[in-house]
Design a protein around this ligand. Structure first.
Ligand code: NAD
Length: 339
């Protein structure tokens, strides 16, 4: 009998890289991809799965209690991998409410439904559901900002600074509480900035590539000195797979590949790859389009992950360095924008 796994947000950036990887690797699972298809979700991102017999897409909202209940009953869900979220910091500054609804109430609705289906009482798992696990995907932004040195580890105190990161921090605490109070089998991962194919054009890397190819200004916040720890999206997907299957219940795992770069370095790197792969007709470098704009409110200076725990305990290792991953990424967007 196949085991049904509910993946939420599988039409978004990371989810749509994860779902095909997961469906193909585990034909014994039935993957139910639940996505509301907000502006950030795109079904064409998962068209490689359309004909897979172990894949089902459902359009719907993780806050819709009735729908979630129906899905758990209909498919006898025995695992949840929870990506769905409002994810863009700038949007959370302009309109925080939907971030609280989706990220907090959506996570609550999912895990509360899972509790009813998997647990008979606190610390008493229903017979047959011993392996049913809820994996929650979160971000390193919950830790706030670092100075010029140091790393976030799993024991770093939470200090979220944006409406986005505060809503994700709250969702992490909901998941934590369901383990401590009800003894549910949960894991959480906090990952650094992802990049790669299928990312919405609002995010830095696709936005820069798209603007460059259209010879539009390349906006960089402040002086471009904010540092992020960049991870190729498939390396994140492989880490989630490992944690979902081998992680210890109740634990959190930080995921990052030690690829710290500041924003201006990212933009200059993209420009030089484009200069080589798709030279401008006027012979100029794309970097001439760089334009510094007013900094984001409350912009965290630096994020960097210490991944020692997942490396030592689960044997995870990133396959891509930033230098290899960014070339693949630019090539993917070049194909997409030229198609
Ligand atoms: P994304 O914005 O690209 O995709 C989010 C997906 O969730 C979309 O398909 C959207 O339609 C769906 N969604 C939104 N609200 C929904 C709702 N109420 N019900 C059902 N579906 C809904 O996000 P992403 O970059 O793929 O991020 C996925 C997860 O990973 C998020 O939880 C995010 O916090 C986390 N994360 C992202 C990064 C990153 O760099 N992108 C880093 C660390 C963690």
């Amino acid at each position: 009998m196949s085991k049904s796994i509910l993946v939420t947000g599988g039409a978004g950036f990371i989810g749509s890289n994860f779902v095909p990887y997961f469906c193909k690797k585990y034909p014994e699972y039935h993957v139910i991809n639940l996505d509301k298809l907000t502006y950030a979700g795109d079904l064409s991102n998962v068209k490689e799965c359309e004909n897979d017999s172990n894949y089902t897409f459902v359009q719907g909202d993780i806050c819709d209690e009735k729908l979630i209940e129906e899905l758990f009953t209909k498919y006898d869900i025995r695992g949840v991998i929870h990506f769905a979220a409002e994810s863009h910091v700038d949007n959370s500054i302009k309109g925080p409410k939907v971030f609280m609804e989706t990220n907090l109430m959506g996570t609550f609705t999912l895990i509360e439904t899972a509790r009813r289906h998997w647990m008979d009482a606190p610390s008493k798992v229903k017979p047959g559901y011993e392996d049913a696990r809820f994996h929650h995907i979160s971000t390193d932004e919950v830790y706030g900002t670092l100075g010029e040195t140091g790393y976030f580890s799993e024991t770093t105190p939470y200090a979220p600074n944006s409406p986005y990161s505060s809503s994700k921090a709250g969702s992490d605490f909901i998941v934590r509480a369901y383990h401590h109070t009800y003894g549910m089998n949960v894991t959480t991962s906090n990952c650094s900035n992802n990049y790669g194919p299928k990312q919405n054009h609002e995010k830095l890397i696709p936005h820069i590539i798209e603007n460059a190819l259209n010879l539009k200004p390349l906006p960089v916040y402040g002086k471009g000195l904010n540092v992020r720890d960049w991870l190729y999206v498939l390396d994140h997907c492989k880490a989630i797979d490992l944690i979902f299957h081998n992680g210890k219940s109740g634990e959190t795992y930080n995921i990052g590949g030690h690829n710290e770069r500041n924003n201006i370095t990212i933009v200059n790197t993209i420009c030089s790859i484009l200069d080589e792969k798709s030279p401008r007709k006027d012979g100029k470098s794309y970097s001439e389009l760089i334009t510094f704009v007013q900094d984001r409110a409350g912009h965290d200076l630096r994020y960097a992950i210490d991944p020692t725990k997942i490396v030592n305990e689960l044997g995870w290792k990133a396959d891509e360095t930033f230098d290899t991953g960014i070339v693949k990424t630019v090539e993917w967007y070049l194909d997409k924008f030229k198609a």
